[in-house]
Write a new protein. Structure first.
Length: 331
């Protein structure tokens, strides 16, 4: 009896080890994402990345690691911690992660890294950038077509070349429709705090509305939520950014300039897992489905058939090269 009991215990132990071993194999691939300032639920840029990671998790059953940066010193540390824990692919969200990623990627040459909105020239880094000026051109057209006052506005987040890129595309799109349109422009600040200040965003938007603007485009992360709220309060129109924000205040959000950060994160994880991941630069514009404008049940009544026709034609012309939108960062 004693021998049988010992045998039973041994068999159970072996089964447990086998199960544990197969479980750890399933979890060997543990991708990671490091969100930037503003939090993963900013309803904009970071949340797009979160949605992409969640899509990968839902489709594959593979959990991912994550970290939300709350101060600048954490970026490099978070990337390094993920690499030390063995994540095979680590995605950094936002241009501000570039310096830290360049350093950490060199320390872990066998780990794959991807960064959104910056170019890091290291052999094991994929740099994913977008042609935001093209998407902004389209929503600028929409703003000009919807405006009754001939005055529209733009509220940016941190005053950096990337956000100037949004602003210039928006203005060019508006002037493509109405060469005489007046475009007000304000930036929220010069530090990363500018991405998460909806109170200030609301103040800037109200100031532009008071000056006669009747459509304001927010390219400011979580700060833009204040712009969207101000439009609702004033009975005016706003334009969302990065994620489709039409649902936040249905009927007062004209459209959203959708930037497919979700797709970029999802594809980085997926290609790293299936062995097709490649380092280098990916530049996603209208032609690649990387940027565009959103049209759904929440703003359908605001975009007339004629507006939609003109927007679709402009989209076609951008892809064909008939419309060339200025890239502020390439000037």
């Amino acid at each position: 009896m004693m021998n049988l009991s010992r045998l039973a215990v041994a068999v159970l132990a072996l089964v447990a080890l086998t199960v544990a071993g197969s479980g750890s194999t399933a979890q060997e691939f543990a991708p990671a994402v490091v969100f930037d300032m503003g939090g993963k639920f900013d309803k904009s840029f970071n949340e797009g990345a979160y949605n992409g990671a969640e899509r990968f998790k839902k489709e594959t059953g593979i959990a991912y690691r994550e970290f939300e940066v709350t101060n600048e010193a954490q970026r490099e540390q978070a990337l390094r911690n993920m690499a030390r824990r063995g994540s095979p692919i680590i995605v950094g969200i936002g241009f501000a992660q570039a310096t830290g990623m360049e350093k950490v990627a060199k320390e872990f040459p066998k780990t794959k890294f991807a960064i959104i909105d910056a170019v890091v020239d290291v052999p094991n880094v994929q740099s994913i950038v977008f042609k935001e000026h093209e998407g902004s051109f389209l929503v600028g057209m929409a703003a000009a077509m919807a405006s009754k006052t001939g005055k529209i506005g733009f509220v940016g987040g941190m005053d950096i070349p990337l956000i100037r890129k949004f602003a210039l595309g928006y203005e060019e799109g508006a002037r493509y429709v109405n060469p005489r349109i007046e475009v007000f422009q304000n930036m929220t600040g010069t530090t990363p705090a500018a991405w998460n200040d909806p109170t200030r965003g609301g103040e800037l938007a109200r100031s532009q509305f008071d000056r006669g603007a009747d459509v304001v485009y927010a390219a400011a992360g979580a700060t833009g939520l204040g712009v969207l709220q101000a439009a609702k309060d004033k009975g005016k129109l706003a334009i969302g950014v990065d994620s489709n924000q039409n649902h936040i205040h249905p009927g007062t959000i004209l459209t959203s300039m959708v930037k497919r950060v979700d797709l970029a994160v999802y594809e980085a994880f997926k290609t790293a897992r299936d062995g097709t991941w490649k380092a280098g630069v990916r530049n996603l514009g209208v032609a690649e489905g990387g940027v565009g404008y959103s049209l759904d049940q929440h703003n359908r009544s605001l975009i007339t058939p004629e507006m939609e026709r003109r927007l679709q034609q402009a989209r076609t012309d951008i892809v064909a090269g008939k419309i060339k939108v200025t890239d502020y960062m390439a000037k």
